[in-house]
Design a protein around this ligand. Structure first.
Ligand code: ZN
Length: 183
């Protein structure tokens, strides 16, 4: 179960990394091409994104398990490394790892301009506030919005969730399923 998610986030991170390395390799030859000025900032953006993602995984892992060894060489192996090192961690830390990985997967998709995958994932989840299945991804806001007209705050504004909150809600739901199976 957890393994499938690992593969998704890891595969996406690997793709982004390869994309960046390809640019590094071919960048100088393309310097005269008209597209390079438009694409160069985006590639640096990808490097920042990869670095921040791996750093977050490393920070969480080391905070829970100070004996965790060095990060693996390939960026996409960071998730497997996290799970290995958190194998004996308590439920709350495992839940946090689960949420980080899932949120990062969606962030990798957005970084690769794949909004469709994020849209589909958001639709698969119930609104954590009202429990309905009416969540909708709004790209411009980078948030999932609940379409239930009753699901509003005290000022009448619709409920919306960041990817972080969505990932946390999903991790909690998955934990409940695991606990129900275990008893
Ligand atoms: Zn709702």
């Amino acid at each position: 179960m957890a393994h499938g998610d690992t593969t998704d986030a890891a595969a996406r991170l690997r793709e982004l990394h390869e994309h960046f390395r390809e640019y590094q390799a071919t960048g100088p030859q393309q310097r005269h091409a008209t597209t390079v000025s438009a694409s160069a900032p985006m590639r640096l953006d990808i490097l920042d994104h990869i670095t921040a993602s791996v750093r977050e995984v490393a920070e969480h892992t080391r905070a829970v398990n100070p004996d965790a060894g060095p990060l693996p060489e390939r960026v996409q192996d960071a998730y497997a490394w996290m799970h290995e090192n958190l194998a004996d961690a308590d439920e709350a830390d495992q839940l946090r790892a689960d949420a980080i990985e899932y949120r990062q997967w969606l962030e990798h998709c957005l970084e690769a301009r794949d909004t469709e995958t994020v849209r589909k994932e958001v639709r698969k989840q119930a609104c954590p506030k009202c429990g309905c299945w009416g969540l909708m991804w709004v790209r411009e806001t980078r948030r999932a919005w609940c379409t239930n007209t009753e699901c509003v705050d005290k000022d009448g504004f619709s409920t919306s969730l960041s990817l972080g909150r969505l990932a946390h809600a999903r991790a909690v739901a998955r934990q409940k399923i695991r606990q129900a199976r275990a008893t």
